[in-house]
Design a binder for this molecule. Sequence first.
Ligand SMILES: [Zn+2]
Length: 256
Amino acid sequence: MIQWTYAPSRLPPAKVQRRVVQWRKACQADVAPDRPVISFTFDDFPKSALNGADIVEKHGGRAGFYACTSFIGQRSPVMGEMFDGATLAELRARGHEIGAHTHTHLDCARARLGAVERDIGENLVALSETGHDETVSAFAFPYGETTYSAKRWVGEVFVTGRGILPGVNIGECDRSQLRAVELGGTAMHRRRALAALKTAIDAKAWLFFFTHDVGRTPTNYGAPADLLEELAQRAAESGAVLAAPTFGAVLSGVMD
Ligand SMILES: [Zn+2]
């Protein structure tokens, strides 16, 4: 049974643990791109995220799609129709990157390391069973939730692990918990996204945006197409590279 509406703990012990984990870098990396790098990413992911691929491509870039494989071919009551094998093949043919996102949308802060490893292993096997035979080198933690040991392991298996702590990535970063700014439908989301983009352009940083569905009337988990359009256009005009996560890691000097 898929849990479509699970939410991580908001109790004080979980908050404290989250803070400790965020400051403990598991895989230190020096992020120093020559040009700002903007990575648009889509989690889980609903088929409407392809609208995001269209927009990023229109501005000369490619994006990242983190696939939670227990969602394949399912219909989410919150985000609509989810990706399937054909979606992955199309994205790959168009030059976008498919990343891992666990098989069961696991809260990696609440699971033992062995369970995290098994779930991600299952995720990778399920991806290859859909015909996706490329090496998967990008990962995003569901809910952004993780532990130090999970970050260590993810850093060994993947080039990048993306979290959901807001901010840009520049200088000494944890490549297994890269920061990311959420895109959504409110004025606050737009304000924060534009501010982060300006910071990234000024500092020549690596900025991740993340969302789920994309459309004219997105769900509470998604982003309006016109916000993506505005951000992608501004980023491209500023000379930033709109790069999928692993290419972003190359451009940022995190991976050669
Ligand atoms: Zn997710």
